[in-house]
Design a protein around this ligand. Structure first.
Ligand SMILES: C[S@@+](CC[C@H](N)C(=O)[O-])C[C@H]1O[C@@H](n2cnc3c(N)ncnc32)[C@H](O)[C@@H]1O
Length: 328
C-alpha cells in the first residue's frame, strides 16, 4: 500500500475540481438546440437538484435497475474481492451517492483509496464526506470532472492495484461508438493491469422498461424537466417549463430508451441571447439508455481492449454486472 495525501481521520483527503463551467454549458445548449432534432447532453441533468432527483428515482418501485444491481453485487462481491489484488485503489466513474461501492469496500482485501469521479460537484462532495466518515482509514479523493475528458489519477494511486467501478448502466447513456471510446478512456485512466466492474442493463419486456422510465409518481419527469430549470437559472432562459412534457419511449431499431421533452404548443424561447422556435409536439432529445444482451456487451468490451473475465446476472436476467481486465 502506497498511501495517499494525509488528512484527518474520517475526512476527505483532497478534492480535485475540474468540473464543467457555465461557458461549456451555454455552448452545448446553443449547439444542441440548433440541430434539426433538438438535443441536450444528459450530463447536464446532474446539478445538485438533479442528483437528488436521481437518488429518488433509484428508490422507486418501478425503477428495477438499482435494486437489481445491488442484489447482484451483494451476491457476487466475494468473487469480485477474490479476483482483485489486495490494497487496491477503487476508482468510481459517475459515483453519485456512492452507495453501491460500499458493498465492494466491505469485501475487498484492505482497500487503500476510494476515488469517486462525478460531474455533480455538491452531491459528490457530500457523498464523499459521508463515506470518509464511515470508512475512517480509507483515503478518499473526490474528483469533480467530466469522465469523458482527459483525466489522470495521482501517482500514488497508479502504484496500487486499481479497480474501476461503473455501475448504474451509465454506459447505456453512450451511443455505441462513444461507449467504446469511454471504455478505452477508462482503460487509459486506470492503466495496465487494472480491472473494471461495470453494470449493464439488459434487453427486456417493453412494459417493464416503459414503467421504469415513465414512473407514475412523475419523479423521472421532474428529473428530465430539471434540464430546462437549469437553462433558465444558469443561462438566463425564459423557457415556460409547464409547456413541456416528459416522454420516454423505446426505440426498437436502436435498442434504446430515449427520453424527450415535448413542447406541448408552438412557441419560441430565448436562451443566452438566442431565440429557438418549437412546433407543437416537437421534442428535445435529452437521454439515451441503451439495453444490451450479454454477447453484445462482451463484444463491445473486447473491441475496446478489455478482456471479459466474468458476468453475473439476476435470475430474471434484468441486469448484469461484468468483470473486465486490461492486459498487464
Ligand atoms: C445514472 S447516474 C448513476 C449513479 C450511480 N453510479 C448509481 O449507480 O446509482 C450517473 C452518474 O454519473 C454522473 N455523470 C453523468 N455524466 C457524467 C460525466 N460526463 N462525467 C462525470 N460524471 C457524470 C452523474 O452526476 C451521476 O451521478
Amino acid at each position: 500500500m502506497s498511501g495517499g495525501p494525509a488528512a484527518a481521520v474520517g475526512e476527505i483527503d483532497d478534492f480535485h475540481d475540474l468540473g464543467d463551467d457555465v461557458e461549456a454549458f451555454r455552448a452545448d445548449v446553443l449547439r444542441g438546440l440548433s440541430q434539426p432534432q433538438k438535443q441536450l447532453p444528459c450530463k447536464y441533468f446532474y446539478d445538485e437538484r438533479g442528483s437528488r432527483l436521481f437518488d429518488r428515482i433509484c428508490e422507486l418501485d418501478a425503477y428495477y435497475p438499482t435494486r437489481t444491481e445491488m442484489r447482484i453485487l451483494e451476491d457476487c462481491c466475494n468473487e469480485i474481492a477474490a479476483l482483485t489484488a489486495g490494497g487496491a485503489s477503487l476508482v468510481e466513474f459517475g459515483s453519485g451517492a456512492s452507495r453501491k461501492v460500499r458493498l465492494l469496500l466491505d469485501r475487498l482485501d484492505r482497500p487503500n483509496a476510494y476515488i469517486p469521479i462525478d460531474i455533480s460537484r455538491e452531491h459528490l462532495l457530500a457523498a464523499a464526506r459521508t463515506l470518509a466518515a464511515d470508512y475512517p482509514t480509507l483515503v478518499v479523493l473526490p474528483i469533480c470532472a467530466d469522465y469523458t475528458g482527459s483525466l489522470a489519477l495521482p501517482d500514488w494511486a497508479m502504484s496500487d492495484a486499481r479497480l474501476g467501478f461503473f455501475p448504474g448502466s451509465t454506459i447505456g447513456n453512450f451511443e455505441p461508438r462513444a461507449a467504446r471510446a469511454f471504455l478505452r478512456g477508462a482503460a487509459g485512466i486506470l492503466g495496465d493491469g487494472a480491472s473494471l466492474v461495470i453494470g449493464v442493463d439488459l434487453k427486456k419486456d417493453l412494459r417493464i422498461l416503459h414503467e421504469a422510465y415513465n414512473d407514475p409518481l412523475g419523479v423521472t419527469a421532474d428529473f428530465n424537466l430539471n434540464l430546462l430549470r437549469r437553462i433558465n437559472a444558469e443561462l438566463g432562459g425564459n423557457v415556460d417549463i409547464a409547456s413541456f412534457a416528459h416522454d420516454a419511449r423505446y426505440n426498437d431499431d436502436l435498442g434504446r430508451i430515449e427520453m424527450h421533452l415535448v413542447s406541448e404548443r408552438a412557441q419560441t424561447v430565448d436562451i443566452a441571447g438566442q431565440r429557438f422556435t418549437f412546433r407543437a409536439g416537437e421534442t428535445i432529445h435529452t437521454e439515451n439508455s441503451y439495453k444490451y444482451d450479454l454477447d453484445q456487451f462482451r463484444a463491445l468490451a473486447n473491441d475496446a481492449g478489455w478482456s471479459h473475465d466474468r458476468v453475473w446476472c439476476d435470475e430474471d436476467r434484468l441486469f448484469s454486472v461484468h468483470y473486465l481486465s486490461t492486459a498487464t
